[in-house]
Design a protein around this ligand. Structure first.
Ligand SMILES: Nc1ccn([C@@H]2O[C@H](COP(=O)(O)OP(=O)(O)OP(=O)(O)O)[C@@H](O)[C@H]2O)c(=O)n1
Ligand SMILES: [Mg+2]
Length: 403
């Protein structure tokens, strides 16, 4: 197969490959960028593989950075753009199911491609548009099939994360998984326990943000992979309840994890421990804790000023995206308008601050001050009280007297 017009992203990289070839070596675009070009999908980055050793690449180009030289990766800097180039390699060992004990540089493209995960990811593209397809990746692309290169078990023993990649691609591309490959995942699913949770998390998130997340999730359940993921091992029934829902379109990790927290009925504390077991950031934990009550409000048709204020616009839109999965979504424009009409949109817009309450309302610093500010904020947000300094101060004095 020859691709006549390569997407624009390849153009500036072509001279880089040409220079490697002129120096007597081979160089190809490889991996996801070739797959996505043939599918006509968006390409987010370009990977280059070459027969030249790192030292040889560094001799050809003036400006390079050693980004992963022990694995054969060197970044070539060309007109302000960096191109990651990796020497063809074979790997051996894999005693821990996640990284090779030895990386050996080789001169043969075939040797390099045969240690890649799936046939659709083992295509190579020459600078002139010629596609090298040694494992029938093109046929599998046409038939929408994810198939391991060679023996599935060997590929999954080399890197157990590839089992998660299979279900991620099934969702992302809306592809099926070849029967032998799927059997390989079932047989080797327990090896996922060897993989760092951060790496699993990336694949899990991408799975739920794909074109057909319900299909990816179904395979994640059928193969038993879920049993080796934090907090999901006993949740088959709740996860399976998501499968009949068809209107998924999640766009961010906050949305993905809010859906999980909602579906698993997690409390505020439960969200924190669940997400800590997935090693997410604290910001994400806070974001999910904000979004779950908003999902509840949307579902109940009780989206009042207070919940809008507490959740914030982005949080509301995320909660609504999750609610949509269940068919409860509100028109986005309505949420935007309700937010726009809030008397104040953040706590610092309150017409009085702690210092003023101490000086002008005679309130002592301490927990009561915090409570008063909270009550004033609530009254202003809900429209009971205008956001005017004098009115807020007299209200504060009244609360202090009564409290
Ligand atoms: N566990 C892995 C990870 C990657 N690869 C190979 O390295 C390429 C690049 O990896 P990566 O960028 O992680 O995945 P892509 O397939 O490019 O998908 P995307 O970047 O779109 O997520 C893959 O296509 C595949 O050939 C592999 O064989 N095994
Ligand atoms: Mg990639």
């Amino acid at each position: 197969m020859i691709l006549k017009n390569l997407p624009a992203i390849f153009e500036p990289a072509r001279p880089v490959l040409q220079r490697i070839e002129q120096a007597g070596f081979e160089a190809y675009f490889v991996g996801g960028c070739v797959r996505d070009t043939i599918l006509g999908d968006h390409i987010h980055d370009i990977d280059i593989a070459t027969s030249a050793y790192p030292s040889e690449i560094k001799a050809i180009f003036n400006r390079t950075v050693d980004t992963g030289i022990e694995h054969g990766t060197v970044m070539i800097l060309d007109h302000g753009t960096g191109y990651e180039t990796t020497t063809f390699r074979t790997e051996s060992g894999y005693q821990d199911y996640r990284r090779p004990d030895h990386v050996t540089f080789v001169r043969s493209l075939a040797e390099d491609l045969k240690r890649r995960d799936f046939t659709i990811n083992a295509l190579a593209l020459k600078e002139n548009g010629e596609v090298i397809d040694l494992f029938n990746g093109l046929t599998d692309l046409k038939h929408h099939l994810i198939r391991a290169v060679g023996k599935p078990e060997e590929r999954f023993h080399e890197d157990a994360l590839r089992m998660m990649r299979a279900v991620r691609f099934a969702s992302k591309l809306d592809f099926n998984i070849d029967t032998a490959t799927e059997q390989g995942i079932k047989d080797n699913a327990p090896l996922l326990a060897k993989i760092a949770v951060e790496r699993i998390r990336v694949e899990f998130e991408k799975m739920l943000m794909g074109q057909n997340p319900a299909s990816g999730l179904a395979k994640f359940l059928e193969t038993g992979l879920y049993q080796y993921c934090p907090g999901l091992d006993h949740q088959q029934a709740k996860l399976a309840a998501l499968l009949p829902l068809s209107k998924w379109q999640l766009l961010s990790d906050a949305q993905v994890w809010s859906l999980m927290a909602w579906q698993l009925s997690l409390s505020r504390q439960g969200i924190s421990s669940f997400l800590k077991s997935w090693k997410t950031s604290n910001d994400l934990i806070k974001a999910v804790q904000k979004r779950v009550p908003a999902i509840q409000a949307i579902r109940a048709g009780k989206v009042d000023n207070l919940i809008i204020f507490k959740t914030g616009l982005q949080g509301l839109l995320d909660a609504n995206a999750v609610a949509k999965v269940f068919g409860w979504g509100m028109p986005e424009q309505q949420l935007r308008e309700q937010f726009a009409q809030l008397p104040i949109k953040s706590a610092n817009q309150l017409a009085v601050n702690g210092g003023q309450l101490i000086k002008q309302a005679g309130i002592k610093p301490g927990p009561l001050l915090g409570q008063i500010i909270y009550q004033l904020t609530e009254s202003v947000v809900s429209g009971e009280l205008p956001n005017q300094t004098d009115q807020l101060i007299s209200m504060a004095q009244k609360i202090a007297k009564e409290g």
